[in-house]
Design a protein around this ligand. Structure first.
Ligand SMILES: C[S@@+](CC[C@H](N)C(=O)[O-])C[C@H]1O[C@@H](n2cnc3c(N)ncnc32)[C@H](O)[C@@H]1O
Length: 308
């Protein structure tokens, strides 16, 4: 039964734990494994042999797919090098949806191009049955004057007042830079990154599982959005930190009774279908005002043309 795992953070080896979880029982699985880059974790040694690392990854990827429901989604975050192998494993057992390029500069790696994105592989357990919601992110604006930063080629009149539909290239979410926002963990992800994924493929009360929970990002995002969670980590210190965070986390990521994602007090991700319900919570900055939005509504074709 899945019930005994619900809203639990489990200390242990993810393969041992996940093998006990029933088939087709989880709505969304998300994994952010160690990247095998000799990162300094509290206990885990991040330096497996090449083949050993990939064999291990193949094992937990297989388990993630097994426990995901037919309507569910599987996400794996890593550097492109490892994702090329992951895609090979996943193509055999699930349906490819997207390679999301998360624009985030990484450390130089010697004689190579400067790495500028991490990848998040998005697979459906079954493409035909996959639950998916279109989502929007807010326009990038100058912090002071609120002018749009992107040049839309003179077509700004046709823009959605909140922002474009999210594509497979994410440039608006940054890694956590300031120590005051970080835990003692070398690779903590931003909560609103996970909130965006969760809003995209789950509904309220759905179950989100992360086999490498670290200091809790996925579970915190799930809880804030009214979803249920299961988190696993081998390190007891990270497990305690996660539990402490979760105790303080409120189920509160709502505007006008609609689940949305906030960052620094502002809505940053909203489901397309929910926009009408939340739009009065969003102060449309100059130069896009309500009157322009009405213009767009009258001309849906134009609007759709620029919703990219
Ligand atoms: C990249 S970090 C995850 C960070 C997490 N996404 C966050 O935002 O905090 C990888 C995590 O995997 C954990 N880990 C390593 N081997 C594991 C295993 N066999 N089972 C479960 N967790 C493991 C490490 O302790 C580490 O916290």
């Amino acid at each position: 039964m899945i019930d005994k795992y619900i809203n639990k953070i489990i200390q242990g080896d993810c393969l041992e734990v996940i093998r006990k979880i029933p088939d087709n029982s989880i709505d969304m699985t998300f994994a952010d494994p160690p990247f095998n880059l000799k990162k300094k974790y509290n206990g885990y040694r991040d330096n497996k042999d090449f083949t050993e690392y990939l064999t291990w990854c193949k094992d937990w990827i297989f388990e993630m797919v097994r426990i995901t429901k037919p309507t569910g989604s599987i996400f794996v975050h890593n550097i492109p090098k490892w994702l090329t192998y992951y895609a090979g494993f996943l193509n055999e057992i699930a349906d490819f949806k997207h390679w999301i390029a998360w624009d985030a500069p990484t450390a130089p790696m010697g004689k190579s191009l400067q790495p500028n994105h991490y990848g998040i592989l998005y697979y459906a357990k079954s493409c035909r049955e996959n639950k998916f919601y279109e989502i929007r992110y807010c326009h990038k604006r100058c912090r002071k004057c609120k002018v749009l930063l992107k040049d839309y080629g003179g077509k700004k009149d046709g823009l959605h007042p909140f922002g474009p539909l999210v594509s497979d290239s994410w440039t608006d979410i940054h890694r956590i830079k300031h120590n005051k926002y970080r835990d003692e963990h070398p690779c903590q992800l931003p909560i609103h990154l996970l909130e965006r994924l969760i809003l995209m493929v789950t509904d309220e009360n759905d179950i989100v599982l992360d086999p490498f929970i670290g200091t809790g990002t996925t579970a915190i995002a799930a809880k804030k959005l009214g979803r249920r969670y299961v988190g696993i980590d081998i390190d007891p210190t990270y497990v305690s930190t996660t539990k402490e965070h979760l105790e303080k986390t409120m189920v509160d990521s709502k505007a006008n009774d609609v689940w949305v994602s906030f960052y620094l007090g502002e809505i940053v991700t909203v489901r397309n279908k929910d926009w009408e319900k939340v739009k009065d919570c969003f102060a449309i900055p100059e130069p896009i005002k309500e009157i322009e939005y009405q213009k767009i509504s009258k001309n849906r074709q134009l609007s759709e043309l620029f919703n990219h």
